[in-house]
Design a protein around this ligand. Structure first.
Ligand SMILES: O=C(O)c1ccccc1N[C@@H]1O[C@H](COP(=O)(O)O)[C@@H](O)[C@H]1O
Length: 205
């Protein structure tokens, strides 16, 4: 099970995410309370091991600008969380995670239009285009087909519900942001608990 922890804004949290055993770490470059500047991300990434993949989250940014920021900061993967077209996804020089808001079963039909590395399925969102902390009906994913690219489940996940979410939706990976925060800040104990639960490891007390 691939685990991504998103919305990291400082070095201490980034090191804790890497130490937790997470596979992907996410930095939000879009409008959000979790937005970080490329210069800050570049500094953080310098301290991270190669084993954790660095994901940049963008919303409706131009492919040229995304490729420029990715090369500058040292990103490995690009997550597109807006209205990006299949053509725009192909203009990204990095593996792409394309996010799809899921409200109804027919929303899954769009996944097959995109030739991307991963499809991320998320709640339609609140104030920003992601990171709402709300879950959608995981049962809808039972209608996903093997022709869809590897599915990452997101939206309202936290340490207490991630195992049920995995059992219900059977995704390739899971992604969390709000669910590992306390009072709007990343909480290291919740990050550790989330990764442990998602990877179905025994909790160390
Ligand atoms: O986290 C954000 O602030 C954010 C802003 C804009 C686009 C995407 C964002 N994050 C992604 O949102 C989902 C779900 O987050 P949550 O766990 O429900 O808080 C996740 O894919 C984040 O990568």
């Amino acid at each position: 099970m691939i685990v991504k922890v998103c919305g990291v804004q400082d070095k201490e949290t980034a090191l804790a995410v890497a130490a937790s055993g997470a596979d992907f770490i996410g930095f939000v470059f879009a409008e959000s309370s979790r937005r970080v500047e490329p210069e800050v991300v570049k500094e953080i990434i310098a301290f991270l091991p190669d084993t954790i993949k660095k994901v940049g989250v963008f919303v409706n940014e131009s492919p040229d600008e995304i490729n420029r920021i990715a090369a500058f900061a040292g990103l490995d993967i690009i997550q597109l969380h807006g209205d990006e077209t299949p053509t725009e996804c192909e203009q990204i020089d990095y593996p792409v995670i394309k996010a799809f808001p899921i409200r109804e079963p027919h929303n899954l039909e769009r996944l097959s239009l995109y030739d991307v590395a991963y499809s991320l399925v998320d709640h339609p969102g609140g104030k920003y285009r992601g990171g709402s902390g709300h879950a959608f009906d995981w049962q809808l994913l039972k209608q996903a087909t093997p022709s869809h690219s590897q599915i990452i489940l997101a939206g309202g996940l936290h340490p207490e519900n991630v195992q049920e979410a995995i059992q219900t939706a059977q995704p390739f990976g899971v992604d969390v942001s709000s669910g590992v925060e306390t009072d709007g800040r990343k909480d290291v104990s919740k990050i550790q608990a989330f990764v442990t639960q998602a990877k179905n490891k025994e909790m160390k007390i």
